[in-house]
Structures are given as C-alpha cells and as structure tokens.
Design a protein around this ligand. Structure first.
Ligand code: AMP
Length: 488
C-alpha cells in the first residue's frame, strides 16, 4: 500500500480537496493513488477493482477535475461525461458520489434508470447536465425519444462492466458506444476479467493504463462472517446477549430504519450497554459527538442506518452487526467493509429473520460463498420478548394474539437512498427481490414489503431516563452490567 501519497500530491483541484476533506478521507486508497494520476493525464484506463476499494472516488475525482479544467457549459441534454452502471442502485450511489465530491464545483449531474417515470428525467435533461450516470436500458429509451444527445461525451466510464455483461447488457453497450464521438477518454472498471470483458476492453480502450488493486476489504477473506437465524422479535435480546457474551467493545450495528436505530439504541441502553443511534434525523452535532465517542472507545455501540454510516471512516473497526439485512446486496459488502480494513481481521454478524432469507441468498450469490450459520451459546430468548421491555400492562395469555412492538419487520421504503424525483432519482430503494436490481428489468416498479406497516405499529420511544450512555475511560471493563449471560 502506498502510504506516502496524499490527495493534494495527486494534483487534484482545491475544491475537490475540500470535498475530500469534508468526506473525512485523509489518504487515497490504492486504487485512487494509482488511477487518479492516469485519468488526470487523459489516457484510457482498465481497472480491476471491486466495490469497497474506493473505486468510485478513483474515477469521479479526476473526471471532475478534468471537466473543471476545461469548464465549458454544455448544451442542455448533452452531457460531457457518461457513467454507465449495471443497476439503478449503483447508478444512484455513483451519482451521489459525484455530488459529494463535486459539491464545491459549478458542474451538474443527473442520474437516470428504468422503473421510474421518464418525464422527470426528460425535464432534467432540458437543463445543463455535465455528468450523466445511467443504466443502459433507460439511456437508450431517452436516445430513442431524442431527449438525450450523446454527441458531446468526452469521457465514458463503464462501472462494474463484468456485471453489465452478466446482466446481458452487451448489445445495449454496443449501441451506446456507436452513438458516442470517436475522440474521447474511456475508463473501464471491472471486478473480474472474463474473455468477454477482455474483448470489450480491446475494442474500447486505446493504450490503456492498467490498474489492479488487492481488494481493500473483501466480503469473503478478511472479515469473519456469520449468520444467526433468529425471529425479528428476538433480535434485540440476542444482540444484547452477544455484545455481553463476546465483550464487544466497539460494534457498529446497522438497522434499516431511523426509527429502528433509535429503538434499538434505547433498548441496549436499558440493558446497560451504552449506545447511541446516528441517522439523518439527528443533528450534525449529535452525530459528530456520538461518532467521536465511538471512535475513542467511550461509546461501545453505535447504531446506524446505511446512509448515516456512509463516509464513516473508522480504522480497524472490530465488529459489525447487521441487525437487519440490507435490501441491496452490495450494501452488505459496504457494511462489512467497515471492518477488516488495512489487513486487520474483523467480524460481521447478521441477524436474519425468515423474512430475510431471500436477501441472504442474494448476498451469498454476490459474494459467491455461503455464510456460516452460527448459534448463540447460552442464549435463551424470553417467552414474549416484545412485552418484557415495552409494555406495562399485564401479558396476554400465551395463545393470545400479540401486538407488534417497536422493531417490527423492516421494509425497504424506510430510508430512501436518494432524494429528488425531479432528477429521476428513486423515491425509495428497490424491493427485496435480488433480480429486481436489474436496471431495466423493473420498468413496472418494484414489489414492496410491509415496512410501513411495521412503522405504523411502533410505539413511541420512551425517554432513556437514568440509563443514558455512560462515559468510561476503560471501555472494555465498564460496559457491562453485573448481570452475566442473558438478560431476561
Ligand atoms: P467504493 O469502492 O467506491 O464503493 O467505496 C467504498 C467506500 O469507501 C465508500 O463508502 C467510500 O465512501 C469509502 N472511501 C472511498 N475513498 C476513501 C478514502 N480515501 N478513505 C476512506 N474511505 C474512502
């Protein structure tokens, strides 16, 4: 790993350096250190890099720099840079990165993919768009409707090219390539190099610089992963049990919803496990405080949503817990990539309800391995876990119907990854069907599961009272209450 390089020495413009610093990055990842100078020099690039390596910033930063250096105002609907991705989720993520790193620049960006209305995208194309992030199917729809003009593309990026081919996009890609000006810079990113990818690269790239990085973290190697199959209602008890039993002193717990994050942090605090939730509804000051306490080891448990956790830069985080699995399998890789960095080993445990088995299967397909199933030694769930903590009224009989309590079953609509529908961005994340992530396979939209129902049935949180997180200078020792084992 190249430790001497810093972002300034790579020659990036000052507004980009500021955005990098705002994002909390201090050192370029290996792919960034290698790819950024090559892209800045204007050549083509062939990069072998996976999710989790920092590849997105690796191409976004130098592309923004180049567009800025030659800051011409493009005609409406005539982008200067085209980034093609296989899935809508990746497209949305990449465009978010473009916005994050380009926030101090006068450049504009837009994302387009199928499965959402085309009209907001058409409206957005009536304005200046410097950088277009798109999935192939919808892009071609726009070309067909003459709402998009690709004749001004100076830089083309194929992101996750192998997945695009796996998903059958080769014909679409060829059609798109035929619409682009001959003179342009091409960057191709792929995790794997099949003959098909090599053939595509050979036809596309001219004397490319080649960059190959060892994965900064991988889902399969550095991180010890396991799954506990557990009903949703028992998850929080199990989590408290695991934290105590395994004496985790720094654990990042992912929930799908902001509400779920709050409830869980509150529950853990009541179990004498100091914890805090961070998510978009918390003030920046509260988030910063919680993060600082967590980083310094004073706060052992941080409960976060995917969005809040993005950009968290914590070195050598030893433990990640997926309290709920993410809807998008790539998010699993991002989540567990928070641990096992810099060659250190880390652990990732997922608590999986039977409703989430499909999500688990999609994750296992993505990481190309089966995750070990684990059992929690000594864990005895209470008979009626929702009631023990949440209700003061007498318990109903064993067979009486139970009311759903705070955690509920999570749903995919809880925290949209992206915002403005006017930009053609999704109003919500896609549903749980793994193949639904195919960019143009869901023009009719996604199935939804009952997330909102769970939210509707939730009880309001109670004040934490005297159990507020405590500070401790000896975190390992002071975390746990005198009780041992389960906490029934
Ligand atoms: P990617 O491989 O592009 O999906 O990025 C993986 C994660 O690494 C993202 O959450 C980025 O925010 C984060 N990241 C990218 N570059 C850096 C960096 N230089 N330092 C720390 N984190 C980074």
């Amino acid at each position: 790993m190249n430790t001497e390089v810093n972002f300034a020495s790579l020659g990036l413009a000052e507004p980009l350096l500021r955005a990098i610093s705002d994002a909390g990055y201090t050192t370029p990842t290996p792919i960034q250190a290698q790819a950024i100078p090559l892209v800045l020099a204007g050549g083509d690039l062939l990069a072998a890099a996976q999710t989790g390596t920092g590849k997105t910033a690796g191409f976004t930063l130098p592309v923004l720099h180049r567009l800025l250096q030659d800051n011409r105002t493009p005609k409406a609907g005539r982008p200067r840079c085209l980034i093609l991705t296989p899935t809508r989720e990746l497209a949305a993520q990449v465009e978010e990165s473009v916005k994050t790193y380009g926030k101090h620049l006068p450049l504009t960006s837009m994302v387009m993919f199928g499965g959402v209305g085309i009209n907001p995208q058409i409206s957005a194309l009536r304005k200046r768009v410097d950088i277009l992030v798109a999935t192939p199917g919808r892009l071609l729809d726009h070309v067909g409707q003459r709402t998009l003009d690709l004749s001004g593309v100076e830089i083309l990026i194929l992101d996750e090219a192998d997945r695009m081919l796996d998903m059958g996009f080769i014909r679409d890609i060829k059609k798109i390539l035929a619409l682009l000006p001959k003179q342009r810079q091409n960057l191709l990113f792929s995790a794997t190099f099949s003959d098909e990818i090599r053939a595509l690269a050979d036809g596309l790239l001219h004397n490319p610089g080649c960059v190959e990085v060892a994965r900064r973290n991988t889902a399969s190697e550095l991180v010890t992963q396991s799954v506990h199959l557990v009903p949703q209602k028992q998850k929080r008890e199990l989590l408290a049990h695991l934290i105590k039993q395994k004496q985790w002193f720094q654990v990042l717990v992912f929930t799908r919803t902001k509400h779920g994050a709050n409830k869980l942090a509150e529950y853990l605090t009541k179990q004498d496990i100091a914890s805090a939730a961070i998510h978009g509804n918390k003030s920046q000051a509260a988030r910063t405080r919680a993060l600082e306490q967590f980083k310094s080891g004073k706060l052992p448990v941080l409960v976060a949503t995917d969005i809040a956790a993005r950009g968290l830069d914590i070195d050598q985080l030893p433990q990640v817990v997926n309290f709920e699995l993410p809807n998008v399998p790539e998010d699993y890789v991002h989540r567990i990539g928070r641990t096992g960095r810099a060659g250190s080993s880390g652990g990732a445990i997922s608590l999986v309800d039977k409703e989430e088995i499909k999500l688990l299967a999609a994750i296992e397909r993505l990481i190309k391995r089966k995750i070990d199933r684990a059992t929690a030694e000594g864990f005895v769930p209470s008979a009626n876990p929702q009631h023990d903590d949440e209700r003061r009224e007498p318990r109903p009989g064993r067979n009486a119907p139970r009311r759903e309590g705070g955690q509920g079953r999570p749903g995919p609509r809880s925290e949209p990854r992206t915002g403005k529908p006017a930009n053609g961005r999704p109003a919500a994340r896609s549903g749980p069907r793994p193949d639904a992530t195919r960019a143009d396979g869901g023009r009719s939209g996604q199935p939804r599961s009952g997330g909102d129902r769970a939210q509707a049935g939730a009880r309001p949180p109670r004040p934490a009272g005297s159990n507020a997180p405590r500070r401790s200078d000896a975190p390992r020792a002071a975390l746990f209450s005198a009780k041992s084992g389960g906490d029934r």
